[in-house]
Design a binder for this molecule. Structure first.
Ligand code: ADP
Length: 487
């Protein structure tokens, strides 16, 4: 059986195994297998690119820049709209590719294609709105104008947990702004990126404007992409550790950087909250994507008066989740991405239990074997435990207690991270007080979901720099130029 048949793609040519550089598909001297985490079987072997491929891609992007930046916003908008319509048309196949390489349930993969495509549509619209500014002059003989111009060749280095959406959120604003892009997708999930660039090519995006370099080991390719002087912008989503390295490597040539890094999201439930809504919000925030998102509730702080009730209700809800392969219709939670991820989740839970925490449900790898893990709820977790300080990245909810508003804020902020936070309360004053006091880039109030292309997504502290989405997202790929014009 061919892989295409196994994936059951309607358009088999969306499954690509080469890199896309300067408008051409290119192989490498070596290949590496892309593994389906649900079966541990290889889907296909893709090109294992190196530093010289990254350099070719940067040079192709640089060569494409003058023509791409010279187009009007309206012309770039038209090209992006064309790409968007093909992404929508092939949404079913794109979702099947995501599920095959990453493992999430098909329903969630469809959601990811939808939300990622929404970013492409939004930036197709924003391409026409890169407004500058006219400043009232200090001198009757001088006029002051600010124009916004594309920064230049942009690099996007992306993770495996949202292999489609994280690329859309970078490539769409970059291209809208007038920047060509080189994408280096995660080694676990290169197939979504390759399908996306195939569709961009069909949409008529000019050669060199969108390049994809795949590699099993990211170090050499990453070094080239962050040190090549032709690259003017690096946008990265992934771990704080790698973000720190890429920022350091980008510093010699003073590149503009955007970093969307790790989080340690607090989820605060006050005793005046709508408890059912809070449980439902926790379910979405914690268990979506199998708990493998950077905005997943990592520390759930529940007021001491309601913690027992909350723990019961959350455990009841979480125990109804179905674990299985992403292609099965009733699956809520797929496999973890790989063996290292399973080892990490297992270590964190075992360590917490050894330290005195209690598992209400779950607490071990799932009987399905492979990298499946049971939906888990842990209570009595200590703040000094590893599970409270590392990103869990698995379907494990950890419950802590607090007694006062001040304590909740202090506990929530006691981390070097600052990406997403959540709070549930029906007290309007508390909404504002706590919402303003949380040191986070995003705060969900009485909601477990806030991902949208129309708003700026991003973190503060060691969770990152810059924003994706909203009008702010376009500016990450532009520089302001000030013109003083004597009359
Ligand atoms: P995760 O923990 O989610 O796998 P990583 O930060 O390791 O996050 O990976 C995110 C992205 O960063 C992936 O595309 C990966 O290949 C890339 N990456 C990891 N290490 C490096 C490196 N040294 N240089 C460049 N890219 C890297």
């Amino acid at each position: 059986m061919t892989n295409q048949v196994r994936l059951q793609l309607e358009d088999e040519t969306l499954l690509r195994d080469q890199m896309f550089i300067g408008g051409e598909w290119r192989s490498a001297t070596r290949v590496f297998d892309v593994i389906d985490p649900a079966t541990s079987e290889a889907i296909i072997a893709v090109a294992d690119g190196g530093a010289s491929d990254a350099q070719s891609a940067v040079e192709a992007a640089s060569a494409a820049w003058p023509a791409w930046r010279s187009l009007t916003g309206k012309q770039r908008s038209a090209a992006l709209k064309q790409w968007h319509s093909l992404l929508v048309k092939h949404a079913g196949d794109l979702a099947r590719i995501i599920t095959a390489e990453m493992g999430k349930p098909l329903r969630e993969a469809r959601g990811e294609v939808g939300s990622g495509s929404d970013y492409v549509e939004w930036y197709a619209e924003e391409a026409k709105r890169a407004y500058g500014e006219v400043i009232p002059s200090y001198d009757a003989g001088i006029r002051l104008v600010v124009i916004e111009q594309p920064v230049g060749v942009a690099v996007a280095i992306t993770p495996w947990n949202f292999p489609f959406a994280t690329i859309a959120r970078k490539v769409a604003p970059a291209m809208a702004a007038g920047c060509p892009v080189v994408v280096k997708p995660a080694e676990d999930t290169p197939l979504s990126a390759l399908a996306m660039v195939e569709l961009a090519d069909r949409a008529g995006i000019p050669p060199g404007v969108f390049n994809v370099v795949t590699a099993r080991d990211p170090v050499a390719v990453g070094y080239e992409l962050t040190s090549n002087p032709l690259v003017r912008k690096v946008s990265f989503t992934g771990s704080t550790e790698v973000g720190r390295l890429l920022m350091r490597q980008s510093s010699d040539t003073i590149k503009k950087v955007s970093l969307e890094l790790g989080g340690n999201a607090p989820f605060i439930v006050f005793d005046d909250a709508d408890l059912d809504a809070a449980v439902q919000g926790t379910m979405i925030s914690k268990y979506r994507n199998g708990g493998q998102t950077c905005i997943c509730a990592n520390r759930i702080f529940v007021q001491d008066t309601i913690v027992a009730e909350f723990a019961e209700r959350l455990s009841a809800a979480a125990s109804s989740l179905t674990v299985g392969v992403g292609t099965a219709a009733d699956t809520d939670i797929g496999p973890l991405i790989n063996a290292e991820a399973l080892a990490k989740v297992t270590r964190l839970v075992d360590d917490a239990v050894a330290g005195g925490a209690k598992t209400m449900i779950g607490g071990r790898p799932h009987d399905l074997g492979g990298t499946f893990y049971e939906p888990t709820v842990v209570t009595g977790v200590g703040l000094d435990m590893a599970i409270a300080n590392e990103e869990i990245f698995g379907p494990v909810a950890t419950l802590f207690t607090f007694s006062t508003e001040e304590e909740a804020i202090a506990l929530a902020n006691a981390t070097p991270y600052g990406l997403a936070a959540y709070l549930y309360t029906r007290d309007n004053g508390k909404v504002w007080r706590v919402g303003e006091a949380l040191d986070y880039g995003m705060v969900g109030v009485n909601t477990g979901v806030f991902m949208t292309e129309v708003a700026p997504f991003g973190g503060i502290k060691q969770s990152g720099i810059g924003r994706e989405g909203g009008r702010q997202g376009l500016r990450e790929y532009m520089e302001s130029k000030y013109l003083a014009i004597g009359l």
